[in-house]
Design a protein around this ligand. Structure first.
Ligand SMILES: Nc1ncnc2c1ncn2[C@@H]1O[C@H](COP(=O)(O)OP(=O)(O)OP(=O)(O)O)[C@@H](O)[C@H]1O
Length: 609
């Protein structure tokens, strides 16, 4: 997948900074201003410290009265205090603001992930992109926040270096050059190290994704019962550790490099100090340098070298953080593939009539050689109830994913009222469907939010109640102490409750009723119900949806025999198609399956049929 991240790191230096500062400016203008104030105030402090000894010594030497001396000392003290106070205050403003901005970026990447094609987010490469983007916004010391802090410090150190250079230029240009060279060598070694560190971290990103997955699985409520009953704790924790072991080995490699870097750095510092003092002592002894100037130059050289060193250090850090920002932007800028055709307007209307037609549709999952669907052609008329049945893996869910445009057909086309669905805006097209899949998505929010899946402020509480009643869970929810405000699970509310599998499925059905879309799909969401309950849910659900078109997938044929038509899927193809009576008369797969199930459910079939 091509992205802007293919640009070389140098090219992205300015681009990323511009992107971040513009985004920060839009999000929180004051944060940018505080950044500048912090940098300037932080620079003023060391400059005053450099000048204090000289000014005090000069004042002692020149003023015969103590008043002048006190004025200098108090003036410098106040200036130092004011600069320090402003620096501290603005720095404390900057940190929380940067963190809030980082949260905003986390939100942006989460939104991006949710808006990407399902097919793309199932791709391991995209998952790695996403993991690296997450690393860039994971904490306040690295990635985006790290880069912003580096920028503030670079600005601050650069100001001090400029100030000290102005003082030192009076002394000797060669001394400045020697110091500059030593510091630059340190910088270069450090920089190389950071590139190595980044490449190691990149290779670790897959490991992080795997460890995150294993950790999330171990703490997932849904897996809790299986983990205990299958005794998975050792297996999962060993799996976690085998992944981590690779991580540990790579970290050691990194550590060894740091030891070398530290040694080179410390040798550089010793040489630097030696050069400085040799030169200053020489000047005092042989060139009439006053003691006041000696102290000023000594302080200026020290401030110059430590700030120049820090400047380069921060710049190296900036380059490193920039690579992480590259990762973030690479994900954010991942193109969302779109094979839409020229746009035609669509206004989903739950009362309107829609005809759906599959024309020779085939589909292959990426990375698979076989077809999940092969030459499927079928017409779904307005108000029709279509039952889809078939063995596991026959292609039933894939059919629904193509119908709802979660995936695009590899061959063939799907028409809505005669128009290829690729002509419609995807988000608008999604509004055409109320789908309940096999895996029920429950959020640890209130029951009413789970049904309406929208903010509390805009949800329609009466509609929620009607939907829940229609799904057959009205009495249960009404009898809960907090009713529709009851939280699902205890993650966000200690008084939250865990619903049974069947109750979760009913909440999901209520969600479909609440959405009130023109076409309804139940992809076997009732497997946790017994046969009789499933039959009743289908009947009541079917009454609730009125004249809407519906597709029902179920392995229990007694539940769907009332449908207008039944399509029997086998190995990605439609093997049989027709009414219940016609298929029974045909005596094929459907009849065989129905007869087999009738034996098991004979009692229930008598009751319900
Ligand atoms: N995301 C995926 N990536 C690759 N292959 C997939 C994916 N989802 C499904 N398949 C494969 O496509 C085929 C059809 O799967 P599908 O889920 O459509 O079957 P189904 O009829 O709904 O089965 P079931 O009754 O078990 O739900 C299967 O061989 C399955 O392994």
């Amino acid at each position: 997948m091509e992205t802007q991240a293919a640009l070389s790191p140098k090219k992205t230096l300015i681009r990323n900074l511009k992107w971040l500062l513009t985004a920060l400016w839009r999000h929180d203008t004051a944060a940018v201003l505080f950044m500048a104030v912090a940098a300037i105030a932080e620079a003023v402090v060391p400059m005053i410290v450099v000048l204090i000894p000289k000014l005090v010594l000069d004042a002692i030497a020149q003023s015969r009265n103590l008043k002048g001396l006190y004025t200098v000392i108090i003036g410098l003290g106040l200036l130092l205090f004011a600069a320090q106070a402003i620096a501290t205050w603005s720095t404390h403003q900057v940190w929380p603001r940067f963190s809030v901005f980082r949260m905003q970026l986390i939100r942006l990447s989460g939104k991006k992930f949710m808006e990407m094609n399902q097919e793309d987010i199932e791709n391991a490469k995209v998952l790695d992109f996403s993991q690296k983007a997450d690393n860039a916004v994971q904490n306040d010391g690295n990635g985006v926040e790290g880069l912003l802090h580096s920028v503030t410090e670079i600005l601050n150190r650069a100001l001090v270096v400029i100030g000290c250079s102005a003082i030192l230029l009076n002394l000797n240009v060669v001394v400045i050059l020697v110091l500059g060279i030593i510091i630059s060598i340190n910088f270069y070694v450090n920089l190389r190290n950071r590139y190595v560190e980044k490449s190691i971290l990149d290779s670790l990103s897959t490991i992080f994704r795997q460890t995150d997955y294993i950790m999330a699985a171990t703490k997932n409520f849904k897996f809790g019962k299986d983990i205990r009953l299958f005794g998975l704790s050792k297996w999962l924790s060993d799996k976690f550790w085998s992944v981590v072991s690779v991580d540990i080995a790579k970290s050691w490699l990194l550590r060894k490099r740091y030891i070398i870097i530290d040694a080179v750095y410390n040798i550089g510092i010793v040489v630097q100090e030696a050069v400085l003092y040799a030169w200053l002592i020489y000047k005092v002894l042989y060139a009439d340098l006053s003691i006041a100037d000696f102290t000023m130059y000594a302080a200026a050289v020290r401030a110059f070298s430590s700030n120049f060193g820090q400047l380069l250090e921060r710049f190296a850090e900036y380059l490193q953080q920039n690579m992480r920002v590259d990762d973030y932007l690479a994900f954010i800028e991942l193109p969302i593939r779109d094979n839409s055709l020229e746009r035609i307007a669509l206004a989903p209307d739950s009362k309107a009539s829609y005809t759906i037609e599959f024309q020779n549709v085939s589909f292959q999952y990426s990375g698979r050689d076989d077809y999940a669907l092969r030459n499927v052609s079928i017409v779904l008329k307005p108000k029709e109830r279509l039952a889809i049945i078939g063995l596991n893996g026959a292609g039933k869910t894939t059919f629904i994913k193509l119908l709802t445009r979660i995936y695009e057909p590899t061959e063939g086309r799907i028409l809505l009222n005669g128009t290829d669905i690729r002509h419609f805006d995807k988000k608008t097209y999604y509004q055409m469907f109320s789908v309940v899949f096999q895996e029920i998505m429950m959020f640890a929010f209130s029951v009413k939010e789970n049904v309406a899946v929208r903010e509390l402020e805009v949800l329609d509480a009466d509609k929620v109640e009607r939907a829940v009643q229609g799904a057959g869970l009205g009495d249960k929810i009404a009898n809960l102490p907090k009713g529709y405000d009851t939280y699902v699970q205890k993650v966000l509310d200690e008084e939250g409750i865990e619903f049974s599998g069947g109750q979760n499925q009913k909440i999901a059905l209520a969600r479909a009723l609440y959405k009130d879309a023109p076409i309804v799909v139940l992809d076997e969401p009732t497997s946790a119900l017994d046969a009789l309950a499933e039959y009743e849910v289908y009947q009541s659900f079917d009454r609730m949806i009125g004249e809407k078109t519906a597709i029902y997938i179920s392995h229990r044929l007694s539940s769907t025999r009332f449908c207008t038509n039944i399509a029997v899927f086998n190995d990605g193809r439609i093997e049989e198609y027709g009414t219940h009576q016609a298929l029974i008369a045909q005596g094929g797969t459907y009849k065989k399956m129905f007869d087999m199930q009738a034996v098991y459910y004979s009692n229930e079939v008598k009751v319900v049929g």
